[in-house]
Design a protein around this ligand. Structure first.
Ligand SMILES: [Zn+2]
Length: 296
């Protein structure tokens, strides 16, 4: 087992493109009162702030790919504590379990796009949700007929996803091209070495396979950080957690380093479908033998 103490280490190369040139754009001691207040109220009594007091919240920027990233990050023991104990997992679960319909419509929209990217019948498509969390996206993808597996480390998230009927893996399988599509939403901003992870995912993707990455948008943050300093609402550079702050550009550079190119998703608005859509609406309202009945 891991008997390392919780500590920080310094990232000496750009996590997006591996360049060794890094500019320091911002530094703030964790002893700073506003940072301390934010972190203590965010993690509450689940963490001991003394672990952070001598450390520095430092943002580096890569002059080559433009990635903004936290240079000092928690070691493995620290990350295990962060995601296993400090993060409020009840709150995180409730955010998904009690989400508004908008979230599920977003998932459905993404799956509509998947169905346009892969014309084959869904049961022929192998999907990996990398960093699955509680399993709500995987559950919906399963309902669309895809063969989905979710990769997740946290035992309580794994257990919850299984209770939703989701097939779970707790580690990456041996490298071999087995997946058609890999979905990673709100994951890459947390990773120590996202470029390395891209390579590992690539080894498990079929030729012509597709990866979808979604991360918080860090556009414009560098300027605000330099002008006004760190502010609690800057979620894309959340201390300890959002250690890589991508923009569309730095995300694309990282992807190309790992052998990917950005493609445009197929249009979900199809003008030629306008008339058939109108016909469907008319049918739904007046012609089909079906009714929606509300009790008086
Ligand atoms: Zn870079």
């Amino acid at each position: 087992m891991n008997d390392q103490l919780i500590d920080f280490y310094r990232r000496e190369h750009c996590p997006g493109c591996a360049s060794k040139d890094i500019d320091t754009v911002y530094q703030l001691s964790y002893a700073d009162e506003s940072l301390k207040q934010f972190i203590e109220s965010f993690y509450q009594q689940r963490m001991d702030y003394r672990l952070l007091e001598d450390q520095v919240y430092e943002m580096g920027k890569c002059p080559h790919c433009g990635l903004l990233f936290q240079r000092l990050v928690l070691n493995q023991t620290g990350q295990a504590a962060l995601y296993g104990e400090w993060v409020d997992s009840q709150k995180s679960l409730e955010k998904k379990r009690y989400a508004k319909a908008k979230l599920f419509r977003q998932y459905a929209g993404q799956l509509e796009t998947v169905s346009r990217l892969f014309p084959q019948a869904p049961h022929k498509i192998e999907i990996l949700e990398f960093g699955m969390g509680w399993g709500y996206w995987s559950r919906m993808a399963t309902a669309y007929g895809y063969h989905v597996r979710g990769l997740e480390l946290s035992p309580e998230r794994v257990e919850h996803a299984r209770s939703l009927g989701v097939e779970v893996m707790q580690e990456l399988p041996e490298p071999s091209p087995r997946f058609d599509f890999i979905y990673a939403s709100q994951v890459f901003e947390h990773l120590e070495d996202p470029l390395q992870t891209m390579t590992e995912l690539s080894q498990r993707l079929k030729p012509d396979g597709i990866i979808y990455l979604r991360v918080p948008d860090a556009r414009g943050l560098e300027g605000i950080l330099k002008a006004n300093g760190w502010q609690p609402e800057m979620d894309a550079i959340h201390p300890l957690e959002h250690i890589n702050a991508f923009t569309r550009k730095s995300l694309s550079v990282m992807a190309s380093k790992a052998g990917f190119r950005v493609i445009q998703p197929p249009l979900r608005i199809d003008i030629s479908k306008f008339w058939s859509g109108l016909k469907r609406e008319i049918g739904d309202r007046w012609l089909n033998t079906h009714v929606y009945l509300r009790k008086q």
